[in-house]
Ligand binder design. Structure first.
Ligand SMILES: NC(=O)c1ccc[n+]([C@@H]2O[C@H](COP(=O)([O-])OP(=O)(O)OC[C@H]3O[C@@H](n4cnc5c(N)ncnc54)[C@H](OP(=O)(O)O)[C@@H]3O)[C@@H](O)[C@H]2O)c1
Length: 314
């Protein structure tokens, strides 16, 4: 099969190469000989890549911490199940699926990927593969940050950093739907995009003063650093700062700060798929490219606004 691989952490996305790799061994998968109970093979139709994935330690090692280069990156997938192992519950061969693959295994910038069935959900027939791949990581991260970790309730206020970006645009839409008051942040050029995704106020981090918004019940932080530290001071007593940018460096007075790494969840993927079908949730996809053009697409000469999705099969 064709796949994108990386071998050199220091090279970043510039080190990506399109190569031939062996197809997944479906006979072994079905034979119970491997330690792969619960895995399925997915024929990849669309793959998503998160911009800083090559900085994640899990990109370079397996679960035991051993070097696993050459690594196939990309952890968002939409495709069709082609083989099942023992214990692969709830899916069938030929089924359209989407979800996230394991951080410490080969990913989805390839014609096939192997993933645990529990990390996938059915993709409704009227949701395009490109959209399925574009919404898995961003949608799950937003959902878990707002509801599982942030316990957001109707009537509360939430500050969503990077509200025009992949995760932030999902968080803004879901928070609005949940009945929250949503303040988004970003660069000056992001204002209209963030408003279009549902934020009710926008803070241009280059020109406005973040502290002018007063207190909020929840901060959803995708930046960390100085913005993360200052944001902790905006959390009301009893509120939370939830970060996807690593451990928070400051604690809110009378509130909590925590970070998390997204996990794939079939039920939550189902909730996201339903909202996409009914037009309640829009993905921010900036460009779509083929697998042959993926290395160039993931090394753009100019910054791309929105997510890049690689359409592995037309
Ligand atoms: N922990 C987890 O489970 C998890 C899951 C998913 C994502 N993440 C992390 O979350 C972060 C965001 O991911 P994403 O997919 O949403 O990225 P993204 O699509 O690039 O969104 C980030 C947004 O923030 C903006 N931005 C960046 N730096 C800024 C600054 N200094 N001032 C104002 N705006 C700024 C970006 O604008 P420009 O495009 O103009 O820079 C973009 O609109 C990444 O670091 C990613 O690794 C973590």
């Amino acid at each position: 099969m064709k796949a994108i691989v990386v071998t050199d952490r220091a090279a970043g996305t510039a080190g990506m190469r399109l190569v031939e790799r062996p197809d997944p061994d479906t006979a072994r998968l079905a034979s119970l000989e491997g330690a792969n109970y619960g895995d399925v093979v997915v024929e990849v139709h669309a793959s998503g890549f998160t911009g800083d994935e090559l900085d994640w330690p899990s990109t370079w090692v397996d679960r035991l911490g051993r070097d696993r280069t050459p690594t196939i990156p990309g952890h968002e997938v939409a495709g069709v199940v082609t083989a099942l192992s023992y214990g692969a519950a709830g899916l069938s061969v030929g089924q359209r699926v989407f979800g996230l693959t394991d951080w410490t295994r080969d990913g989805t910038l390839a014609e096939y990927t192997v993933v645990e069935a529990r990390n996938l959900a059915p993709l409704p027939g009227d949701v395009d593969f490109t959209v399925g791949a574009g919404v898995a990581m961003t949608g799950l991260t937003a959902w878990q940050g707002l509801f599982e970790h942030g316990h957001l309730l109707a009537g509360q206020s939430v500050l969503v950093h990077g509200a025009a970006g992949g995760v932030g645009s999902m968080a803004a839409q879901l928070a609005r739907e949940a009945g929250a008051y949503v303040i988004g942040t970003g660069r000056a050029a992001h204002r209209q995009t963030a408003l279009d995704f549902g934020v009710q106020e926008f803070v241009d981090l280059g020109n406005d003063t973040l502290e002018d918004i007063g207190g909020v019940d929840l901060v959803f932080d995708v930046f960390g650093g100085d913005i993360g530290r200052r944001s902790a001071g905006l959390v009301r007593a009893g509120g939370k700062l939830v970060s996807v940018a690593g451990p928070p460096e400051a604690q809110p007075k009378g509130g909590l700060a925590l970070d998390f790494v997204v996990v794939s969840d079939r039920a939550q993927l189902g909730e996201i798929a339903q909202r996409v079908r009914h037009g309640q949730l829009r993905t921010h996809i900036g460009q779509v490219a083929s697998l042959n053009d993926a290395v160039a697409a993931l090394n753009p000469a100019e910054p791309i606004s929105g997510k890049t999705v690689i359409r592995v099969r037309p």
